[in-house]
Design a protein. Structure first.
Length: 310
């Protein structure tokens, strides 16, 4: 028996636009007919105009993220839950619960209204403490030699801030420090909670350095360093140290979590060696892979979440 809307042959009938009657999904013939008439427009794949150039794709994604941040920055009002989330306290969903519990004040008055809009000039307090609505930004820089890790310098020397001047509309701060002649990975952010976490000794944040010495390191001295070298602050505990495979014996890899000033250089100086080159290749699980010296990139959402779980 032929189904409803079918001809004698059992084939579905097509209307004047090439569509089937009875709600059946168009077959390849129907689609081709509509395409020939110009009724179908196929969207381009994302990044199709430069999909063969990974660097352009990265640049495009970073610019799009920054444009979204800049758009949020210039809005006249912002939802209260987003204001709280942007301050780094919690997610928007969790912020709604805090608002409902009466823990948020705007201009001295408790606000429990969902969807409340906050003006830029409003003063917002959470649990009695003032908060700011800046969206957290995380920038990973491959620091070159000759730059110091401060926001400004009285001697007008070059700082890492000169390299990330266009990275964010918000004011960034370096997480920890690398001395002027040390190169490699350094994180900059406006997230004060994250900065405190990544620099506090109790969190034991791992750092890995590639070191080039003025002469070959003896196996005996390597073992001594691995056991710990006494400095002014105490014994400098090294998590791991080894020669680098395929490299001469004056090149060493070292993993360490203590954050004493110039600690890596002082360890080798105590053993009678001079550090000719010091490059940090990893910090808190972040590496400088695919970041050229002097260049930066914004962390992915996954990388930020990994930092928050440390």
């Amino acid at each position: 028996m032929n189904g409803r809307g079918s001809g004698k042959s059992g084939r579905p009938r097509l209307n004047k636009d090439g569509d089937t009657r009875g709600g059946r999904k168009p077959n390849s013939f129907d689609t081709r007919k509509k395409y020939e008439k110009g009724d179908l427009k196929f969207k381009k794949k994302p990044f199709s105009r430069f999909s063969d150039d990974p660097e352009k794709v990265k640049s495009f994604v970073q610019k799009r993220k920054l444009a979204k941040i800049d758009k949020d920055l210039h809005k006249d009002t912002i939802r209260l839950n987003k204001y709280i989330a942007n301050s780094g306290i919690c997610s928007r969903r969790e912020a709604d619960k805090l608002i409902e519990q009466g823990l948020v004040e705007v201009n001295g008055a408790v606000v429990t209204e969902m969807g409340y809009q906050v003006q830029k000039s409003d003063r917002v307090y959470f649990d009695g403490q003032p908060i700011t609505p800046e969206k957290s930004v995380y920038v990973l820089l491959n620091k070159p030699r000759g730059y110091i890790s401060t926001t400004k310098d009285e001697k007008a020397r070059k700082t890492v801030m000169d390299l990330v001047a266009n990275a964010s509309p918000y004011r960034l701060f370096p997480v920890g420090r690398l001395d002027r002649s040390t190169t490699g990975v350094i994180l900059l952010t406006n997230d004060g909670h994250m900065t405190k976490k990544l620099t506090h000794p109790s969190f034991n944040i791992k750092k890995i350095y590639h070191i080039v010495l003025d002469r070959k390191l003896s196996s005996e001295d390597l073992q001594t360093i691995a056991k710990g070298v006494r400095l002014e602050e105490g014994v400098a505990v090294v998590d791991h140290i080894s020669f680098i495979e395929g490299k001469p014996r004056n090149e060493v890899g070292i993993e360490i979590h203590i954050g004493w000033n110039r600690v890596v250089r002082r360890i080798f100086q105590k053993m009678g060696y001079e550090v000719e080159s010091l490059d940090r290749v990893m910090f808190a699980g972040l590496t400088k892979k695919n970041i050229k010296r002097g260049h930066w990139r914004i962390l992915t959402e996954l990388e930020v979440n990994n930092l928050k779980m440390l």
